[in-house]
Ligand binder design. Structure first.
Ligand code: SAM
Length: 282
């Protein structure tokens, strides 16, 4: 879909773009093909696309996968997409706020699915976390976001961008590369820098469902005051004795701050706390 075609669809329907919905459409063919390549699509793959917009990515996803489920919040764009992809048997379109839809409590099994999306930036991180923490999470997440958010997702311990978002996603996903997308590839050009990140599901899982719940509590509490000793925050939920024993098993210094502690150590500490001592005051 070229920039000229995008303008034609918008002008033809008198659509004024809505800034609050992050409506920056990707019209650069090379960048769209790079995103699709990062998804490593197979003919049987099911793809979830959140925020299809006018469908520049959707058309490539339909060509390269088994089926596409797209979720778009803006009814004006839903109508464009219905017209553009009418008669496409492998395309399903939902008119919904994707974040509310993912949080609605309905059980969904994303096994065998890949998320491939140029996400609405204002809700990009919560959408990824929601999918990553769901019981049956997608096999792969390929997401275009603000570059700063991609840096936070892929960061390691002791670095500026490392934090809660890094751990919540890396607990189940291995960052498998990212690339920058220049602002001029979008219409209109966004004021922030963008990048596309690929996250591959870890197999086997580091933690079972109960362990993941405990891990989320642990890292949220640990990062609640990221520049202070983590032990102090965690003592509000677990006994100091079991925490110190877990720290020793995980190789964490009692004086360590959350931002210095890597994923493997958090996982080991989670396993220790799960086995030895359920949280007392969480
Ligand atoms: N994928 C298209 C592209 O690459 O050109 C559009 C991407 S644009 C960055 C984000 C899209 O997400 C817009 O179409 C916007 O209307 C839609 N959107 C914004 N908030 C949404 C939400 N909460 N749920 C679903 N779609 C949303």
């Amino acid at each position: 879909m070229t920039l000229t075609e995008m303008r034609q669809w918008l002008d033809g329907r008198g659509i004024q773009l809505t800034r609050s919905l992050g409506q920056n459409f990707l019209h650069d063919g090379n960048q769209l093909r790079r995103i699709v390549a990062a998804a490593d699509l197979q003919s049987g793959d099911r793809v979830l696309e959140i925020g299809p917009g006018l469908g520049p990515l959707t058309e490539l996803l339909l060509k390269n996968s088994g089926s596409v489920l797209a979720v778009e919040k803006d009814l004006r764009l839903v109508e464009v997409l219905r017209e553009r992809f009418a008669g496409e048997p492998h395309f399903e379109l939902l008119h919904a706020d994707a974040l509310e839809w993912l949080k609605d409590g309905a059980p969904r099994d994303w096994t065998g699915w890949k998320l491939v999306s140029n996400l609405p930036y204002s809700v990009g991180s919560p959408i990824l976390v929601e999918l990553a923490l769901t019981e049956h999470a997608p096999d792969r997440l390929v997401a275009t976001l603000q570059r700063e958010v991609v840096q936070r997702i892929t960061a390691g311990p002791g670095t500026e961008h490392y934090g809660l978002l890094s751990l919540l996603l890396q607990m189940r996903y291995d960052p498998a590369g990212s690339f920058s997308i220049p602002a001029g590839c979008f219409f209109p050009a966004p004021d922030v820098e963008s990048a596309c990140v690929t996250l591959k599901r870890r197999a086997p899982e580091a933690l079972d469902a109960a362990g993941r719940t405990l891990f989320v509590r642990l890292v949220k509490l640990g990062f609640s005051q990221r520049r202070k000793m983590m032990l102090k925050q965690l003592r509000t939920a677990w006994s100091e004795e079991s925490l110190l024993a877990g720290f020793a098993v995980a190789g964490i210094a009692p004086t360590a701050r959350a931002e210095e502690i890597g994923l493997d150590r958090f996982v080991t500490l989670t396993r220790h706390l799960a086995a030895s001592n359920p949280p007392s005051r969480v």
